[in-house]
Design a protein around this ligand. Structure first.
Ligand code: SAH
Ligand code: SF4
Length: 344
């Protein structure tokens, strides 16, 4: 498998230039196109000689990601359906925040092996991991779309990123590197379904990235209804890893909680959740379920508000994900499934 151009840092590109008979200063120019102008397509790199452009195309996979379709919704969320070099699809979302700020929601895998029962991304299992270069190109596709670097990144698109640490971590490194995209780790959040070995590895980075853990239930019995056994870890182990993360990264962890009517939305569950979050110095983010064609339903507005008040009554800090992209295809993973359906 050829290397991905977007994953090469200046040092690696210098070495490649030297080995292939090009002056080393070209490496900086190539990096400038990728990190400053958000393109990994050698044909767009106009200040490079033709021989270098074709050399890059021959040696590297590039561009590895192309924008197939853009979906805009009235609430200003843009979703990009991206095609990978092997014809697979992923999606990313651009979420608006106050004063023109933008948050990117990025994918880490093609499909997902965890298979949470309410989630479109895991419906057909895992196809493959994304490579470091593909994750970086996903990010630059978003930057090119908005015409600037984004302000925040959440890895809450398709896939379980902490099952793909080998490719995700170098991408994180590039996002925060000075000669890369120079983002603050405090502006980057990785979300996990609670894959404990990955949480421990993430803590080992000892960087101020944010960790979000999709808990969805305060007790094993409820959680087992939502997440299949194969990759589900015991809540006690997850909470231990949450404590470890807070200590090593020095960041408060967020517990995500997708609200499913009649499954995990009772006041008793809210209070149990609040107590547990309080004890582990974690904050809670409630996510009302977006319909994906499963048997689950979103709780009523009243029930969601009741749940939120019950959590808050324990002293825990709780926010609710602002409802966005609540139109058709709003939930992550749906665009990809549709694109795959058309492919067949
Ligand atoms: N695999 C990781 C990250 C991707 S999913 C994880 O599970 O955390 C990111 C978040 O989106 C998770 O909290 C997940 O529960 C939530 N989510 C996925 N599909 C959803 C849907 N249809 N409605 C509401 N939240 C959803
Ligand atoms: Fe995978 Fe996250 Fe979807 Fe679960 S919620 S299937 S872990 S992407």
């Amino acid at each position: 498998m050829k290397n991905f151009l977007a994953a090469q840092n200046t040092e690696a590109l210098s070495a490649w230039c030297e080995a292939n008979g090009f002056p080393k200063f070209r490496a900086k120019q190539i990096r400038q196109w990728i990190t400053g102008k958000f393109t990994a397509d050698p044909d767009a790199m106009l200040n490079l000689p033709g021989s270098l452009r074709s050399g890059l195309k021959e040696f590297f996979v590039t561009p590895a990601v192309t924008v197939k379709e853009i979906f805009s919704s009235p609430d200003a969320v843009d979703k990009l359906l991206l095609e990978l070099h092997d014809g697979e699809h992923i999606e990313m979302a651009v979420l608006p925040a106050a004063d023109g700020r933008k948050t990117f929601c990025l994918s880490t895998q093609v499909g997902c092996p965890v298979g949470c029962r309410f989630c479109a991304s895991g419906q057909n299992g895992l196809k493959r991991n994304l490579s470091t270069g593909e994750i970086i190109e996903e990010f630059i596709a978003g930057c090119a779309h908005i015409g600037k670097k984004c302000d925040n990144i959440v890895f809450m698109g398709i896939g379980e990123g902490l099952l793909n640490c080998n490719e995700l971590f170098p991408a994180l490194e590039a996002l925060v590197a000075e000669d890369g995209f120079n983002l603050s780790p405090r502006r980057i959040t990785v979300s996990t379904s609670g894959y404990v070995p990955g949480m421990e590895k993430f803590a080992g980075l000892q960087k101020e990235f944010n960790l979000a853990v999709s808990l969805h239930a305060p007790d094993e019995e409820t959680r087992a209804k939502i997440i299949p056994d194969t990759l589900r870890f015991p809540i006690a182990e997850i909470l231990k890893a949450v404590d470890l993360y807070r200590e090593k990264a020095g960041r408060m962890v967020t517990l995500e909680y997708t609200l499913l009517a009649g499954i995990n939305d009772s006041v008793a569950q809210a209070e149990a959740l609040g107590r547990l979050a309080y004890a582990h110095h974690a904050k809670i983010n409630l996510i009302p379920y977006n319909a994906t064609g499963t048997a689950y339903r979103r709780p009523s507005r009243e029930q969601i508000e009741k749940f939120e008040r019950a959590v808050a009554s324990t002293g825990a800090s709780v926010t609710r994900r602002i409802e966005r992209g609540s139109g058709k295809n709003a939930a992550c993973g749906q665009l990809r499934i549709k694109a795959d359906g058309q492919k067949k």
